[in-house]
Design a protein. Sequence first.
Length: 401
Amino acid sequence: MAQPRPSRRSLLRSGAALAALALAGGCSSDGEEQPSGAGATAPAGGPATAPAASPSGGPAVSRPTMPAESAPHTRTFMAWPALEEVWGDQLPGVRQDIAGLARAVAGFEPVVLLARPDQADQARRSCGSSVEVLDLMVDDLWARDTGPTFVIGPQGLAGVDFNFNGWGGKQTHANDGQVARTLLAHYGITRVQAPVTGEGGGIEVDGEGTLMATESSWVNENRNPGVSRDRIEAAFKELLGVEKVIWFQGVAGQDITDCHVDALARFAEPGTVLLHRPAADTPPDVWTTASAQARQVLESATDARGRRLRVVDLPEPDFELIQGAGKDFLATYINYYVCNGGVIVPRFGDPAADDHAAAVIGDLHPGRTVTQVDIHHIAGGGGGIHCATQQQPAVPGPTPS
């Protein structure tokens, strides 16, 4: 009989020992000391590693900028889930979802799927010729969190390595903790080692100087012990070129991400925020609590340009219409992905809610084709489309004379 698959939330409990180790020693699961702001050396033959400016001082780099997701991309990175110990008997279904998502994104822009060398052929057969598969050691599918966060500066493209530590030591990450470094070395892209630890799913930018984040996933002892919110905010400003950070409280300790912002609130465009709205009769949980608190913040917030924010609710689907949805099923439409000429939106099985979400997102991203994709197994693991993708922005060329 197949063993039940541990959800991302149940991994929170089963990973308690890893979390305790991380808190006690400030080390990743492979024993490597977590960075405190000093620049790391590049792998042999790899790109230069730029030391990030530290809020407490240290060498500085020219201020880069993280483009909005709606800016043109060179490619999208994804990853092939590798471990049966994480997914159990759901692994084939999760891989099917990833292959379908990769093909959908590849209809708009190049996709590079990272896969372990001994699993790469299977990934190629599943995804088809439209998806490039790159042999690279990974543990799981969450490319948003394990891959680099790309920025563009005076010297061109660079990748910020946020020192992925398994969401605070909650899941094995011996390989995923090295994905950003290894991927940047493969492409010869400068690596910037962040002086803080976190994940790409924990930040959301509008491309015009504003960033949204939850305190629960950053100002957290499992990632940044002893580091204040002000220091983390200063790091964001130096690393990503933002001028203002809108903080939500979030909810710690209830899902493996500690409430990532990319499942809660997203910039549809500068000045407009899409907000996850749970059903009125939903019992209190991580997302109902976080959504209510985020709305309070957004109602009085302004962005880096001084604009009041327009908040557009995106209601969740009816759980009773989602076949086999467990308590950890992430049924948020907020976790969509914007790519070149398209928007990839989840489809959960509630036709009215699915179509409403697609229409709202489509209206807020004019000129882009909306593609709905079934992600039942990915969502069952507590993640979504945005969690499984990471964009490499295109570097603007010189203006023709």
